[in-house]
Design a protein around this ligand. Structure first.
Ligand code: AMP
Ligand code: MG
Length: 345
């Protein structure tokens, strides 16, 4: 692949003049990694199929895994979809701008490269003001998956974007750490009953408060059966993995500690909660948030998975997160990183 010079710019305000250049690159069909409240996104003009193809190349992403289109203003939504039903409008009024992606039947202007050849399109309006400013400067909706090499943990800061995509994209806009830390909630309204495809910071309870009852796709909890057709193509791929083998150890802290004591050597690390760290002296400890605080776990989970590789661990034993509310999103990412390997103690 053609190697280019990747420009890294640091930005702290949506009014920063440097964002003009980011907008110009995008308008001209180039790639820019942008900060959002969830994770960093790898953006291109969503209406330019040649630009969108470059996203797949830079990430090594399978071409049937569709992208989320990011907008900065509600008026950009209508041209992308066939219609906006009442339920979709209500969700947008309540949770946009924010970490929620809504899937609807697509219009003809959305290239097949964006939708992975499906007849639907996923759209979201990010709450990060710098992200919205970049969309405004580009003056087009932006297709943007997470800005990592396909299969690696999603990047929550610019350092990890650079380590995956240096030389493959025109620019990285560095605005510090992402607030939420896991990707957006994805819900489809292109099904008879609204269906949650990917959990995130907008929880099932928050969705039901607007929509009434929703279905939760089985791929949120479980491994996809070998020949099943996923509702969300992204769910079939191995995901979020560090190079180390991740094993989730489910049980109370004392049982967890006993297990890791009996199964550790110099090549293992432990991925635990902040409260646990002091009690695991002598182990390579990496923490991911506080035990009873799923939000703090979400903020840290992807960074922690990258740190597992940075300490050179071959195997990491992770504590099992709470599965309710925001915890469902943390569990969903960790269980994929672990390729569904859970040991009960
Ligand atoms: P990422 O951009 O890395 O956050 O991944 C986007 C996720 O949204 C993937 O899991 C996709 O499979 C899913 N997605 C995007 N568009 C659609 C769509 N039209 N139908 C179903 N899932 C979608
Ligand atoms: Mg991704």
């Amino acid at each position: 692949m053609y190697i280019m010079k990747t420009k890294l710019i640091k930005v702290t305000s949506p009014d920063d003049k440097n964002l003009e250049e980011a907008g110009a690159i995008l308008k001209n069909g180039g790639l820019v990694a942008i900060p959002t409240e969830t994770v960093y996104g790898l953006a291109a003009n969503a209406l330019d199929s040649e630009a969108v193809k470059k996203i797949y190349q830079a990430k090594g992403r399978p071409s049937d895994n569709p992208l989320i289109v990011h907008i900065s203003d509600l008026s950009q939504w209508k041209p992308l979809v066939r219609e906006i039903p009442e339920k979709a409008k209500n969700l947008a009024v309540k949770y946009w701008p924010g970490p929620l992606t809504i899937i609807l039947p697509k219009s003809d202007i959305v290239p097949a490269e964006v939708s992975g050849k499906l007849d639907t399109v996923a759209v979201r309006m990010p709450s990060n003001e710098i992200a919205r400013a970049i969309i405004e400067k580009a003056d087009v909706p932006l297709a943007a998956p997470s800005a990592n090499t396909s299969g690696r943990p999603s990047p929550t800061n610019a350092k990890y974007v650079l380590s995956d995509l240096d030389g493959k994209i025109e620019m990285i806009v560095d605005a510090g750490d992402c607030e939420v830390g896991v990707e957006s909630t994805v819900i489809t309204l292109a099904a008879p009953v609204p269906r949650l495809l990917r959990p995130g910071a907008i929880t099932p309870e928050m969705l039901e408060s607007v929509l009434g009852e929703i279905e939760i796709d089985s791929a949120v909890y479980d491994k996809l059966a070998k020949d099943a057709v996923p509702s969300s193509p992204g769910m079939k791929y191995k995901h979020y993995s560090p190079k180390a083998k991740v094993v989730i150890v489910k049980g109370e802290f004392e049982s967890y500690k006993k297990f890791v004591s009996e199964n550790s050597d110099e090549s293992t690390a432990v991925l635990c909660f902040e409260e646990d760290a002091d009690k695991l002296n002598g182990f390579k400890t990496i923490t991911y948030g506080k035990e009873n605080d799923s939000y703090s776990q979400a903020t840290r989970i992807f960074e922690a998975l990258r740190e597992v590789d940075e300490v050179g661990a071959k195997t990491v034993y992770a504590r099992f997160p709470e599965m309710s509310g925001m915890g469902l999103a943390v569990f969903n990412r960790l269980v994929r990183a672990a390729a569904f390997n859970i040991i009960e103690v």
